[in-house]
Design a protein around this ligand. Structure first.
Ligand code: GN1
Ligand code: MG
Length: 359
């Protein structure tokens, strides 16, 4: 498709939503928009010539088996939680639309004056952890039916490990030899995989509606006040364990290194950041958090970081088909960062546990 044709079809997609505005431009979103969907900013004019913007996304049909079910979840969750994250329906009243190529699109109000944080300060970490805790709390009384599993077995770490062994055997992109050290390191930590699924199977920790991608980049902060505005990226909100979200909070905020830092010597675990995360999360969850969940907070961080290392390495071995990359070896760098963080979480387990006891 030529550039002009591409622009015209984006424009046509945006015009099919009930924005109440005349669409002027649709441009690729330049901010951090995740590794999975494609995001655009729609600018237009509302009545009385007021400028107005929207956030348009083309959903990734390779990653999510049923986009209709996914959108059913997102609609229910945004309506139940309230706040600034609002879907704009199509002119026909649907939550999303399918274009003539079969691509599925959704539109949100653009949240003006919001920023994400690439790296957390202690205050950000506490705020973001509180926001995710409050999100889980808000969804504690979501009326039935049970939400759809938008990606089945999403945090089934043992299953991820099996896929990893298959990816190593198949070596589809011919990269296994170049990742020998990482493959060995993952195998050395394989016992971690069962920790959370076993706790769940034994009935020690309850199923809840959780976010499942509780990373720092998925919290919008008010640019002026620094307060969190809302959590975003609700594609994986579904039944799961509170501990999955706590694990991702630690994964994304307890270090000042970026997820794709190339220099792993910079991937340090900051105990004060960890403590801020735990304080914010525990404060927001209050009595909802059971003693067994509390006991598993540190192991959960280890498991989720391990799982993410596994997932990045699978994608590297399979030729970067899942996560969008910006450079060769990107997923291998991401895997190494997770492994460095995992090593620190294992080494500092006792002092981290003490910090939780002190909260
Ligand atoms: C993906 O969509 P995005 O970039 O926020 C992924 C998460 C990973 C995360 C790692 C549906 O999230 O599970 O933890 O990348 N989402 C999906 O940064 O696989
Ligand atoms: Mg996502």
């Amino acid at each position: 498709m030529s550039l002009d044709a591409a622009a015209a079809s984006l424009h046509a997609v945006a015009a099919r939503f009930a924005t109440g505005a005349a669409v002027a431009t649709v441009e690729p979103f330049s901010g951090p928009a995740g590794h999975i969907n494609a995001s655009y900013i729609v600018s237009g004019r509302a009545p009385r010539d007021r400028p107005i913007r929207f956030f348009l996304q083309r959903l990734n049909a390779h990653v999510f088996p049923s986009l209709a079910e996914l959108m059913e979840n997102v609609k229910r969750v945004t309506q139940h939680v309230g706040g600034p994250l609002r879907l704009v329906p199509t002119r026909g009243g649907d939550a999303c639309l399918q274009d003539e190529h079969g691509d599925v699109w959704r539109l949100y109000d653009f949240i003006e004056g919001a920023v994400t944080r690439p790296i957390a300060t202690a205050a950000d970490a506490e705020h973001a952890a509180r926001a995710f805790g409050a999100f889980q709390r808000a969804l504690g009384d979501l009326p039935g039916p049970r939400l759809h599993e938008t990606i089945p077995h999403f945090h089934d770490t043992p299953r991820r490990l099996e896929s990893f062994e298959c990816a190593v055997q198949r070596d589809a992109a011919g990269r296994a030899a170049g990742a020998r050290a990482e493959v060995a390191e993952i195998r050395a930590h394989r016992d971690l995989a069962a920790v959370l699924v076993q706790a769940a199977a034994a009935g020690a920790v309850p199923e809840r509606v959780v976010h499942n991608d509780a990373k720092l980049a998925n919290v919008l902060f008010d640019a002026a006040s620094g307060e969190p505005l809302c959590v975003v990226d609700l594609d994986t909100v579904m039944p799961g364990l509170a501990l999955y979200d706590f694990g991702d909070l630690v994964r994304s905020m307890a270090t000042r290194a970026a997820e794709d830092e190339r220099d792993t010597s910079r991937v340090r675990l900051e105990p004060e950041l960890f403590e801020s995360i735990a304080r914010g999360y525990v404060a927001a969850m209050r009595e909802l958090l059971t003693p067994p969940e509390r006991d598993l907070l540190v192991p959960a961080a280890q498991v989720i970081v391990f799982e993410q290392a596994v997932r990045f390495l699978i994608d590297h071995l399979e030729g970067d088909r899942y996560y969008r990359i910006a450079r060769p070896g990107h997923n291998l760098d991401r895997c190494r960062t997770q492994l460095a963080l995992l090593a620190a979480l294992l080494e500092q387990e006792r002092p981290l546990r003490r910090r939780i006891t002190g909260i």
